[in-house]
Design a binder for this molecule. Structure first.
Ligand SMILES: [Zn+2]
Ligand SMILES: [Zn+2]
Length: 393
C-alpha cells in the first residue's frame, strides 16, 4: 500500500506564468506577494494585479528564511488580510510565503507550529491559498507540504509541516530560471539530484516515487551541465522538471543521511542548503554502499547500481561510476567547498549526533553510526581529508 500527495494544480512549461495569470482570480482580490531581492521576475504579476484592480502588497525576502521575519510579516499580513499568498523566487522565498499562509490565519507564534525547537502543534485554522512560483530548479518546495525556516537564536533549521501546506497552485515556468548564475544553478541542481537519489534508495520507496526518481535522475544527467554552464534553454526546462520530481519524491518517500547531516550543518554554516547537500552527496553514497556491502543488502546495492546507469547513460555501468559522476559534476560546476564556509571549525561529533536525531536520516536505507557520519564529514572537509584520526578541536 502507498499513497501519493502533491500540489492541487501544477502548470508547467515555458510561458506558464503569463498563461496562468487568470487562474489567480479564483482565489480572490487581495494578494500578498513574496519575492526575492530581484523584482524583475514578478513584474508580470504586478502588471496583472493593476489591470485587474486587485490589491496587493509586495515584500522582499533577502537571505535566510528567518522565523523572526515570518513573525514580523505575519503581523503585517493580519492587518492587510490577503485572500492569497504568492511566493515567487528561490526556496527561501517559497518557504516564507508558505509559512505565512499558515501563520496569518492562525493564532500564536511560529514556535507553536514548528518541529525541533518548537511545540509542533497542528494548525487550527486552514491556511490561506498558496501559489508557488519557483525561479530556481532545486528544492521542489512548490510541490512539498513543508517550509524550512531558520531559528537565529538556536542556529538550527526547523520545519513547519502540514498536509494543508501543499500549494493550491504551482506555476513552474522554466523561463524564470534563464540567466541564473551558473554556480547557484549548479548546487540547486545537485540538491534536486540528491532528493532524487536519496528518495530512490530510501527505506520507504513506493512504485510511483521510483518511477519519478528514475525519470528525474535521467533528466539531471542529460541537462545539468548544459543548463548551468551554457544556460541552454531546453536543459533549463529539464532541470525545472527534475526539481519538481525531486520535490514530489522527497515528499512521498523519504530522504537520507545527506539531508540529515545537512540539517545538522545548516544552522552552523552560512552555506546554502543546496551546496551542503551537493558536497555531502557522493560521500554519503560511498558510505551507504560500503555498509550495504558489509551487511549484504543487495537491494540497496542494486538501487545504487541503477542510479549509476541512469547518471552515466550506460546500462552496464558499475556502482562506482555513479559516485564518480557526482564527484565530477561538483568539480565541473566549480562549486565552493564547505571548508570555505567554516566546516572545519565545527565539532564533527556533535554535528553527527545532531544528524542522528534529524528527521531526514530516518529515511536512510541503512543505519549509519556516529563514527561513519564523522568519516563522511572528514572526507567532505578538505583539510582533514588525508588524516585517519578523528578530528578534535
Ligand atoms: Zn535538499
Ligand atoms: Zn577542514
Amino acid at each position: 500500500m502507498f499513497q501519493f500527495m502533491t500540489s492541487t494544480r501544477i502548470v508547467f512549461g515555458e510561458g506558464a506564468l503569463q498563461e496562468s495569470l487568470s487562474l489567480l482570480n479564483q482565489f480572490g482580490y487581495c494578494v500578498l506577494l513574496v519575492t526575492g531581492r530581484d523584482d524583475e521576475r514578478s513584474k508580470p504579476l504586478e502588471t496583472y494585479f493593476k489591470q485587474q484592480n486587485m490589491r496587493y502588497q509586495r515584500v522582499a525576502i533577502l537571505g535566510e528564511p528567518l522565523i523572526a521575519t515570518v513573525e514580523e510579516l505575519a503581523v503585517m499580513g493580519r492587518k492587510f488580510r490577503p485572500d492569497m499568498i504568492i511566493g515567487i523566487g528561490g526556496g527561501s522565498v517559497i518557504d516564507v510565503a508558505k509559512s505565512l499562509t499558515a501563520m496569518i490565519p492562525n493564532q500564536g507564534c511560529v514556535y507553536d507550529y514548528v518541529d525541533v525547537v518548537g511545540r509542533n502543534v497542528p494548525l487550527q485554522v486552514k491556511p490561506l491559498p498558496m501559489i508557488a512560483i519557483p525561479t530556481t530548479a532545486g528544492t521542489g518546495a512548490e510541490v512539498s507540504k513543508s517550509a524550512v525556516l531558520q531559528s537565529a537564536q538556536e542556529q538550527v533549521k526547523v520545519n513547519l509541516s502540514s498536509l494543508q501546506l501543499f500549494p493550491d497552485l504551482a506555476i513552474i515556468d522554466p523561463t524564470l530560471s534563464y540567466g541564473m548564475d551558473p554556480i547557484i544553478s549548479g548546487y540547486c541542481g545537485l540538491d534536486a539530484l540528491t532528493h532524487l537519489i536519496e528518495a530512490y534508495v530510501c527505506g520507504e520507496p513506493n512504485p510511483l516515487t521510483d518511477m519519478i526518481c528514475e525519470e528525474g535522475i535521467r533528466r539531471v544527467s542529460g541537462a545539468l551541465f548544459t543548463a548551468c554552464l551554457d544556460d541552454h534553454l531546453p536543459s533549463r526546462s529539464d532541470m525545472a522538471f527534475a526539481a519538481m520530481l525531486g520535490g514530489m519524491a522527497r515528499t512521498n518517500a523519504k530522504l537520507g543521511a545527506a539531508h540529515g547531516l545537512a540539517s545538522a550543518l545548516s544552522g552552523r554554516l552560512k552555506a546554502p542548503h543546496g551546496l551542503i547537500t551537493a558536497r555531502l552527496s557522493p560521500y554519503v553514497m560511498r558510505e551507504n554502499i560500503n555498509v550495504a556491502l558489509e551487511v549484504g543488502r543487495n537491494d540497496v546495492l542494486n538501487r545504487y547500481r541503477k542510479v549509476a546507469t541512469l547518471l552515466t547513460g550506460n546500462d552496464i555501468a558499475d556502482i562506482e561510476q555513479g559516485i564518480d559522476w557526482v564527484v565530477n559534476a561538483i568539480d565541473k560546476l566549480n562549486l565552493p567547498t564547505l571548508s570555505e564556509f567554516g566546516l572545519c571549525n565545527t565539532l564533527f561529533e556533535i554535528v553527527a549526533d545532531d544528524a542522528l536525531r534529524s528527521h531526514a536520516i530516518k529515511g536512510n536505507p541503512l543505519p549509519l553510526t556516529q563514527l561513519r557520519l564523522i568519516n563522511i564529514l572528514q572526507q567532505v572537509c578538505h583539510c582533514h581529508r588525508d588524516t585517519d584520526e578523528l578530528y578534535i578541536e
